[in-house]
Design a protein around this ligand. Structure first.
Ligand code: SF4
Length: 372
């Protein structure tokens, strides 16, 4: 079954570190954008396609009213064959929701909500240019639980201005106390051309070595509190892994709707241009093929290394041949001694320490597999 991704590229204002595509919220524009989304759901090629996850990402999808979310989910249910137990997620900025809106989201079918909390330290949140404080985030999570959300996720950021090891673990401790089932932890990357791309911010953020230590300590902290790491940046209580995001790492199909959305459908990867106005005026979204067509042989190593479940030895043999698979196992055994990797009878998986150097491990494995 496929996943459906809905991109809502609207934000209240631009965060200084962000280079995602988004524009300032404008209600008229948003209404026309929703019309365009619903028009696209009705495209002939999607009629009756079975889907078991829906994900509202952004931007800030929680700028949508409950009624607007309902219009979108209804449009999806009319065109797709949505599984009864579908996971339907919305990303939310804590300062954009109140009890009524959260209740309306539940009534519109949303059953998983992911809050961009980022930190429990208000000076760090201010330095990140976020509009909420920690008390606002805590309140939003609690309200979500009150209106019936059982599956709640929070994001936390590492390596942000003002942050140190003590404040990171303080934030992690506070966030773990919330009634949540899932945590995503992302390292701040200073992107070219953003307001953070300056010396002032660089000198106020931890260096790579400290961020690596923070990542390892955070992982230990979260694992110790029942949030098991299942992917480089994701931790969950048993049974609460993100079903939608797992599709990306398992190379499964997903269809993206909206400006800047990406898809893997019918064995092809494509994307939609980052232009809201164009999206609204086009009869149907223009799907631009990615340069590289989907090829499991090319992508298996890169995607699976991210997962704690790792690379299956049998699949490595099928995709790259016995000799290359054996060579990969030999290489990974040498990494075991440094605590970077685990090799068992059936699979190869990286440890948290290995995740920190996953790019160079991937490069070597691709080399052995003979991939360019
Ligand atoms: S709310 Fe999210 S998508 Fe919007 S500007 Fe901030 S970080 Fe970027």
């Amino acid at each position: 079954m496929t996943g459906i991704y809905i991109h809502i590229p609207f934000c209240l204002r631009k965060c200084p570190y962000c280079d995602f595509y988004s524009v300032r919220i404008d209600n008229g524009l948003l209404e026309s954008y929703i019309d365009a989304l619903c028009r696209n759901f009705r495209a002939e090629k999607y009629r009756g396609v079975k889907a078991d996850t829906i994900y509202f990402g952004g931007g800030t999808p929680s700028v949508l009213t409950g009624g607007q979310v309902k219009r979108i989910t209804q449009g999806l249910y009319e065109s797709f064959d949505i599984a009864d137990d579908a996971e339907i997620t919305i990303e939310a900025n804590p300062c954009t929701v109140d009890r009524d809106k959260l209740l309306q989201y539940r009534q519109a079918g949303i059953n998983r909500i992911s809050f961009g909390v980022q930190s429990a330290d208000d000076s760090e949140l201010k330095a990140l240019g976020r509009l909420h404080d920690y008390e606002g985030a805590r309140r939003a999570v609690t309200l979500a639980q009150d209106v019936g959300f059982d599956n709640i996720s929070c994001d936390i950021m590492l390596g942000t201005p003002e942050q140190n090891m003590v404040s990171l673990l303080y934030s992690a401790g506070k966030i773990c106390e919330l009634p949540i089932k899932h945590i995503s932890a992302y390292m701040l990357k200073i992107e070219k051309g953003t307001a953070f791309d300056c010396e002032e911010v660089r000198k106020n953020t931890a260096d790579d070595e400290l961020v690596s230590d923070m990542y390892l300590s955070l992982t230990e902290h979260l694992n110790g509190r029942g949030f098991e790491q299942y992917e480089i940046s994701n931790y969950a209580r048993a049974g609460y892994e993100s079903r939608h995001n797992l599709k990306y790492w398992l190379g499964q199909e997903y269809i993206g709707f909206g400006a800047a959305a990406h898809s893997l459908f019918d064995k092809k990867r494509y994307y939609v241009e980052r232009d809201v106005q164009k999206y609204i005026s086009a009869p149907l979204q223009e799907e631009i093929p990615e340069e590289e067509a989907y090829d499991e042989r090319q992508e298996y190593i890169m995607l699976r290394v991210r997962l704690k479940s790792g690379l299956e030895k049998q699949r490595l043999k099928e995709l790259y041949g016995d000799l290359a698979a054996e060579e990969m196992v030999r290489f990974c055994r040498t990494l075991e001694t440094g605590g970077l990797c685990r090799v068992d009878e059936k699979k190869i998986s990286l440890t948290p320490k290995g995740f920190l150097v996953s790019n160079s491990i991937i490069a070597r494995l691709c080399d052995i597999a003979g991939l360019s």
